[in-house]
Write a protein that binds this ligand. Structure first.
Ligand code: GLN
Ligand code: ZN
Length: 776
């Protein structure tokens, strides 16, 4: 056999939180003052060591370090270059740990830094605040420390840094592209100093993550890349990692950077490989992201291998690496600790640990004389643990059994908005500036305990139901006393707005330990959407009907929309998301009809994830928005004209999706506006929205109770932009994380403020009187 150089197996990042969410508990104990910094650090070190060893054991040749973070890697990058905003100056004396947590979580005197979603994921990063480049300096040795920790275990690692340009582009900066370029150059200088030290300690390679290379960039911003990379190159070998989208017009730019390797996401954007093979200069290695770092399904190894072997043919093995498409941060850690999933489903899953095996296997098979034998051998080993032949189709013949006969007429309400508004007013007469909430009421420890008790079989269904009914009744009485106009049942039965629906629909399954970091110590456990979705029985009707039976005021039914159901689950990858969304929408459509029959005339379908799922490339957005809005309309389009359909989204930046929101054709839209810096523009844009609109007036993420005056001011501001016809008064989002005492005080003030402003409007005279006439 000829000796050939091998293809390297690389990893870009490993989940930090731990199989048993050890980091979460350690962080929360530390924040609660129940443990010392030393204890926290030692848990963190234990996790890092375990994860390095696990990767080495999986035969990953290129293992990352500094991918770990106690809170967030973007926050770490800010701390690394000394980008600590003035207001946290006092914390700086207390050390790096205290400073980072103060920046992430705020202090009594300094509000936390802004947090936002990492590209199109549900992971949130802290938005760095950058001003003068001169202020940036090497302020931490975290990457060096962690590199040395791994080395002490005998594991050579490739330290990961957030690339200098993406770091700046993801930050809040003042000024123009030239000032961003100067910031990126300064960050690059700081990195160069750090890389020298890492190289001195033995590091041969550095990974710089530049996911912004996959975005539509302005020309001025594209030219920041060569300027920054000229300064950072020459100190160690550099691998630039891109992910989540196609580099397209930025590919030649990336190829001209003074770097030694480029990683491409070939799961999201397989098409870019052909051009990359053509353009790659001879010094450059290509890292092929062929194992999906965003999904939980096993890789089609035969297909992935064909891609890898093509690249090896073109470049030679020494210039090819196999890797996950992106950091494994976005998937759970280990499928093998899931014991309650059906074997046939479990067999189809690959979490982070299994993905590393896939990467290593592909790297080996890339230059093997008998690669198919290798793959088959691996498949046979897997099969021993499974009852089904590994080619058994995921769901069998029922695939899409109800998605075919959609006729577009089903998407259209029976009357246009103006006519609907008229009949809805007759059905449910409301004052101007009607008041309502977004759905959930405070979830007390008692409520959570009761749900857990039901899950564990410690209470009977009857006991559980009796408890929930008492909670609903208390919630209804509370809302009546406070004087809200449209009531909610309170969502006490829901631990999570997606999980609750997923649990009752066919087609979903649930892991026990499949946690994924969302922000800081917070994790989510997305359901697995693996089969045909259908609704075996009504989902929410009994609770809503009961709530409505207690009051003469309208009670709003509360559903989670199709896009949010998909975006916050791990969706099967063998069927287009649009088709899966159609199935979810059909289930919701039946639910809407049942709610109407149960006497519910106001129904809200939440779509807080609609914007998060927006494709990163502009020219892919129209297609997404088309199926996303079609799904919403399929869910709601069957509602009678007199049924008022609400939707809710947790953000005010509607710029790019405003037309889509209009196309959803909801009667009322509530959105976040109390805190958002862009609230004003959001509401402004909403001026062309035309429908009724509830810009949130109460920031549910803060324990502060606003005064009547503050609420009234918010309402008056909304009225500058939209007519009293149009404006609803409601909080930013659900109240489930707030306490009853806060909610009682805040909603009483909110309702009082609506009364105050109504009185002002009445005093203004005729227009309102006329409107009242038509509404009566
Ligand atoms: N109806 C949900 C609630 O009130 C909405 C949550 C959300 O938008 N994220 O909790
Ligand atoms: Zn919300």
């Amino acid at each position: 056999m000829a000796t050939r150089s091998a293809v390297a197996a690389a990893n870009l990042g490993f989940p930090r939180i731990g199989r048993g969410r050890e980091l979460k508990s350690a962080l929360e104990r530390f924040w609660a003052g129940k443990s010392s910094a030393g204890e926290l650090e030692s848990t963190a070190l234990g996790l890092r060591e375990r994860h390095w060893q696990l990767q080495a054991a999986a035969k990953i040749g290129i293992v990352p370090s500094n991918d770990f973070s106690l809170y967030d890697h973007v926050l770490d990058a800010a701390a690394l270059v000394g980008a600590v905003p003035e207001r946290f100056r006092a914390e700086r004396a207390r050390g790096e740990l205290a400073t980072c947590f103060a920046m992430a979580r705020g202090t009594p005197g300094a509000p936390a830094m802004e947090m936002t979603k990492w590209f199109d994921t549900n992971y949130h990063y802290i938005v760095p605040e950058l001003d003068a480049p001169e202020a940036l300096h090497l302020a931490s040795d975290k990457p060096l420390r962690e590199y040395r920790e791994a080395r002490a275990l005998g594991i050579e690692t490739r330290p990961v840094l957030l690339g200098p340009v993406s770091f700046v582009l993801l930050s809040r900066t003042a000024g123009n592209a030239e000032s961003r370029a100067r910031l990126a150059e300064r960050v690059a200088d700081v990195y160069a100093e750090l890389i020298d030290r890492l190289a001195g300690a033995g590091a041969e390679w550095i990974q710089l993550d530049e996911p912004c290379l996959g975005l539509d960039l302005a020309d001025q911003d594209r030219w920041i890349f060569p300027r920054a990379y000229d300064r950072v190159s020459g100190h160690a070998r550099l691998a630039v990692a891109t992910y989540f989208s196609d580099l397209r017009e930025n590919l030649p730019l990336a190829m001209r950077l003074p770097i030694d390797a480029l990683h491409l996401d070939l799961v999201r954007a397989p098409g870019q490989l052909a051009r990359a093979l053509d353009l790659a200069p001879s010094r450059m290695t290509l890292s092929l992201g062929v194992v999906n770092g965003r999904g939980v399904w096993r890789t089609d190894l035969g297909r992935a291998l064909a891609t890898v072997r093509d690249a090896v043919d073109r470049l030679g093995a020494s210039r090819v690496q196999v890797a996950p498409s992106c950091s494994l941060l976005h998937v759970p850690i280990d499928r093998d600790i899931e014991t309650s999933l059906p074997a046939a489903l479990r067999e189809r899953l690959a979490f982070a640990t299994q993905k590393l095996d896939e990467v290593a296997l592909l790297a080996r098979a890339a230059t093997d004389d008998n690669p198919m034998e290798l793959l088959e051998h691996a498949a046979a080993r897997r099969q021993q643990t499974s009852a089904l032949p590994h080619d058994a189709p995921l769901t069998g013949a029922r695939v899409l059994h109800r998605a075919e006969p959609i006729d577009r007429g089903m998407l259209v309400r029976e009357a246009a908005f103006a006519e609907r508004r008229r009949v809805q007013r007759e059905r449910v007469p409301l004052p101007p500036l009607p008041t309502t909430t977004i759905g959930s009421l405070p979830q007390t420890a008692e409520v959570r305990r009761m749900r857990a008790a039901l899950r564990r079989g410690h209470v009977t269904n009857r006991e559980y139901e009796a408890f929930m009914r008492r909670e609903i009744e208390r919630g209804i009485r509370f809302q009546e006393e406070v004087g809200l106009d449209v009531l909610v049942h309170g969502e006490f039965e829901r631990s999570d707005m997606v999980e609750y629906f997923a649990e009752q629909l066919e087609g979903f399954a649930f892991t026990e330990h499949g946690w994924v970091q969302s922000y800081g110590s917070r994790c989510v456990k997305p359901p697995l959407l693996h089969g045909d979705v259908s609704r075996p029985h009504p989902l929410t009707v009994a609770w809503s009907r009961y709530a409505q039976s207690l009051t003469t005021r309208p009670v709003k039914g509360m559903l989670t929309g199709p896009v949010t159901m998909l975006q916050w689950s791990f969706v099967r990858d063998d069927v287009a998301p649009a088709l899966v969304a159609t199935q979810v929408a059909l289930a919701l459509r039946d639910e809407v009809a049942d709610l109407e029959r149960a006497g519910i005339h106001v129904i809200q379908v939440d779509e807080p994830a609609l914007r998060e799922a927006l494709p990163l490339r502009r020219d892919e957005r129209a297609e997404y928005l088309q199926w996303a809005t079609d799904a919403f309309r399929l869910a709601t389009g069957g509602a009678h004209a007199e049924t008022q359909i609400h939707t809710h989204m947790c953000y005010a930046e509607f710029g790019e999706i405003l037309n889509a929101v209009v196309r959803m054709d909801a009667d009322v839209l509530s959105l976040e506006a109390a805190r958002s810096r862009t609230a004003a523009t959001g509401v402004l844009e909403a001026q062309s929205y035309g429908r009724a609109l509830g810009p949130g007036v109460y920031d549910v993420h803060s324990p502060r109770v606003p005064s009547v005056d503050e609420f009234a001011e918010h309402i008056r501001r909304a009225l500058e932009i939209a007519g009293p016809e149009q404006v609803w008064v409601n909080p930013d989002c659900g109240l489930k994380t707030r306490s009853w005492s806060e909610v009682r005080a805040a909603l009483a003030n909110m309702v009082e403020a609506a009364r105050v402003v109504r009185a002002e409007l009445a005093a203004e005279g005729p227009p309102l009187v006329e409107r009242r006439g038509t509404a009566a």
